[in-house]
Design a protein around this ligand. Structure first.
Ligand SMILES: *Cc1c(COP(=O)(O)O)cnc(C)c1O
Length: 488
């Protein structure tokens, strides 16, 4: 299958590309994104066939039905990364927390957030492609705390790929920072930036746009790629677990094959939700996808009113930082799918030029056939964490935003999957606070919560505090380019 562009073709780039090209060079014409030409049929027959399939078997078949130009052996090797998850037999467990409400835990990989689900296999595939082509790639990431560790982890010691990761110094949890600065491999560089996440992203954007940086890269024979969810290579792996969760519900007899369910997705860049949308469109029986946000609730506006307006907003820092996002990149892929390339380009041009766009009533109705949305505050999130902790389930602040969405948006009493995108250990100070105990740092919070709530801390988290610090560089904006060129 070929991949095409959300904003149409500019006559310079090829009008369609194979998967390998779309993931190595993810920027499409006019600043658009790559999407599959069509979706495979993953409905009834596919589901029946995989009723008792292992996660990796399901994943391999799904990837092959997309007709991607990656050899089966490479895909198998990539998927074997899931063997290092907590339970190799089931990398994504489904846990019932109350009647009809199931949490799909997407955080059982090496960095304890759902980013591992896609980045683990994706990293292997990208590095393999680079080696086979004899090309060298640089992946630059600006992170608010989850993408950075997962990107470093997947590419460490992989050939032909280097990763430079920028994080806002003081803007991540202690655990997240340690996950980055203790990564020890020659092909990785981690740089703290004096400033917040927004500043960090701007610095990265400026650097990527700078002509002399680009020519320096060219001289060194290095190409740029990306590992955030603008890369379809991430999205394809984020379709699989929605289907897996459905099949888990069939297997545990909550539903019969064909019954409809709700999915609740805590959303920022909308990559996870887009995976759910593709699964639904490809035939998974989903009643609706419920989108949960924090008070940076621009997605709630988009889905409830059709307005997407950046002009009257500033980013607010919350206790669910992975969702502190205003420009949500993957809504573009949904709009392309529903409204076509010409209209998508128009809407995205409006957003770039005027800072906003408005869907028509018809377009809004179409969006609401698949999605409903709401948001919650930090206080509401903490209250949710406390309520479920009492019932014996500890959840992180991102997962907590889902519970209000579950309560108010579930119009019919259908079984529901709530996605848990991070383990509580990444946000332990917030969890401790929610449980009524103020702490000074993550180390104290981890100990207090695990004692108090009888929740284990996995070794990859507890071990961080005694690992040597490898990356100590914290710089201001002016010094980034120099640091980068030194590294390369
Ligand atoms: C990345 C992330 C999200 C948001 O996912 P998107 O695909 O960007 O919508 C939510 N929660 C956590 C913990 C994350 O790391």
């Amino acid at each position: 299958m070929q991949f095409i562009e959300t904003r149409g073709n500019d006559g310079i780039k090829p009008s369609s590309v194979p998967f390998s090209e779309a993931i190595l060079n993810p920027s499409a014409s006019f600043g658009g994104l790559y999407v599959p030409e069509e979706l495979p049929d993953l409905g009834n027959d596919f589901l029946k066939e995989h009723c008792s399939s292992h996660y990796k078997t399901l994943a391999l078949d799904l990837l092959q039905r997309f007709g991607i130009d990656i050899d089966k052996e490479v895909l198998e090797e990539a998927l074997s990364r899931y063997d290092a998850f907590d339970d190799p037999d089931n990398p994504v467990p489904l846990v019932e927390i109350e009647e009809d409400c199931f949490v799909s835990e997407l955080y059982h990989g090496p960095t304890r957030a759902f980013k591992d689900m896609a980045l683990q296999p994706f990293g292997y595939i990208l590095s393999d492609l680079a080696q086979k082509r004899g090309e060298n790639y640089l992946i630059m990431a600006a992170t608010s705390g989850d993408t950075g560790p997962a990107t470093l982890e997947t590419f460490k010691n992989q050939n032909n790929v280097k990763v430079a990761c920028l994080y806002p110094d003081g803007g991540t949890s202690d655990v997240q920072k340690l996950q980055m600065v203790t990564e020890d491999a020659k092909n990785l560089k981690v740089i703290g930036v004096k400033g917040n996440f927004d500043d960090t992203q701007h610095i990265l954007k400026d650097l990527l746009a700078s002509e002399d940086f680009k020519s320096e890269l060219k001289e060194r024979g290095i190409k740029l790629s990306a590992a955030n969810s603008v890369n379809f290579g991430r999205i394809i792996f984020q379709i699989i677990y929605h289907i897996h969760s459905y099949l888990e519900m069939v297997r545990n007899k909550t539903i019969s094959m064909g019954d409809k369910i709700y999915l609740v997705v805590p959303s920022g860049n909308f990559g996870n939700a887009l995976g759910a949308y593709y699964a639904k469109k490809a035939g998974l029986p989903v009643q609706k996808i419920l989108i949960a946000s924090n008070i940076n609730n621009i997605l709630t506006d988009w889905i409830t009113t059709g307005t997407y307006d950046l002009t009257d907003r500033t980013l607010i820092l919350t206790e669910s930082p992975a969702m502190d996002i205003l420009k949500s990149s993957n809504i573009e892929r949904v709009m392309y799918d529903k409204f076509g390339a010409q209209r998508t380009k128009e809407l995205m041009d409006n957003l770039n030029d005027d800072g906003k766009f408005q869907l028509s009533n018809e377009e809004l109705e179409s969006l609401q056939e698949d999605f409903a949305a709401t948001f919650s505050s930090d206080e509401e999130g903490e209250a949710v964490i406390a309520v479920y902790a009492k019932k014996g389930y500890i959840m992180d602040p991102h997962t907590a935003t889902c519970m209000k969405a579950y309560e108010i948006l579930r119009k019919e009493k259908l079984p529901t999957v709530v996605y848990s995108t991070a383990e509580w250990t990444k946000f332990s100070t917030t969890v401790a606070k929610a449980l009524g105990h103020a702490v000074k740092d993550d180390l104290e919070a981890l100990k207090w919560v695990s004692d108090h709530a009888d929740a284990p801390v996995p070794s990859m988290i507890s071990g961080l505090f005694s690992k040597p610090i490898i990356h100590t560089v914290v710089v201001d904006k002016e010094s980034i380019k120099g640091e980068m060129l030194n590294f390369l």
